[in-house]
Design a protein around this ligand. Structure first.
Ligand code: ADP
Ligand code: ADP
Length: 225
């Protein structure tokens, strides 16, 4: 678990200000949901925290450590994407093991973590399959599993359920909530789905034009007149 702090963070792409002077603290173990219209800077904000983009101004801290100069692989954050980004030629097992192998984890530790994550996500019987042989919901579980095995300090999730049909989305939403309850990993979660925001978020951040328009609990945001 970890605390993530943004201090005056700005990201420009040429003349476009994607993220505009944002200061925000995500508390240890918090589930923070980011909402806002397309193009308002949500993905960029996640990518800045992951280290996939460099900040233009300001500083990002993870557990009080400034990380602007820390490369993605040393930030101890794991990102889950909307399109799953699984390796099609690898089995489920190898997809989940890949990040740990890259980081030179010992083979038995990799095996232990992959099997435990597979158990948690109901993937044990699918470990030898390839992504093409899985349903959408199963693929999404593998993408989650790949993040979980790393036991990161922070999960960054960019509309992870948006490619699933309505029924699966409801099911996965419940599973995500349960997972968060169990692991307590600090999570920043982008969605367009109001119900996801309401049910998953400890707090909801509304972004507009790269800025924080509102920071509120689900109750404050949606349940009041
Ligand atoms: P959202 O995730 O809320 O849809 P993004 O963070 O993807 O918004 O984009 C915010 C703004 O930054 C948009 O105007 C987008 O076009 C721009 N942008 C994002 N990434 C890049 C990039 N790599 N190069 C140039 N502009 C970008
Ligand atoms: P989103 O679902 O977040 O809106 P996009 O389709 O806008 O995603 O962006 C997908 C990828 O393209 C991201 O890596 C983003 O940084 C990049 N991107 C977005 N807008 C631009 C842009 N105007 N120029 C270049 N790259 C962009």
């Amino acid at each position: 678990m970890a605390r993530v702090e943004l201090r005056g963070v700005t990201k420009r792409f040429g003349h476009t200000v994607a993220v505009d002077n944002i200061s925000l603290t995500i508390e240890d173990g918090e589930f923070l949901v980011l909402v806002g219209p397309s193009g308002c800077g949500k993905s960029t904000l996640l990518r800045l925290i992951a280290g996939l983009e460099d900040v233009t101004e300001g500083e990002i801290y993870i557990d009080d450590r400034p990380v602007n100069d820390v490369p993605p692989k040393d930030r101890d954050v794991a990102m889950v994407f909307q399109n799953y980004a699984l390796y099609p030629h690898m089995t489920v097992y190898d997809n989940m093991a890949f990040g740990l192998r890259m980081r030179k984890f010992p083979r038995d530790e990799i095996d232990r973590r992959v099997r435990q994550a597979a158990e948690t996500l109901g993937l044990t019987h699918l470990l030898k399959r390839r992504p093409a042989q899985l349903s959408g919901g199963q693929r999404q579980r593998v993408a989650l599993g790949r993040a979980i095995v790393r036991d990161p300090k922070v999960f960054l999730m960019d509309e992870p359920l948006s490619n699933l049909d309505a029924q699966l989305r409801v099911q996965m939403r419940t599973e995500l909530a349960r997972l968060h309850q169990r692991l307590g990993t600090t999570t920043i979660y982008v969605t367009h789905d109001q119900v996801e925001a309401m049910t998953l978020g400890d707090r909801i951040v509304v972004m507009r034009d790269g800025k924080l328009q509102q920071v509120a609990t689900p109750h404050q945001l949606y349940a009041e007149p």
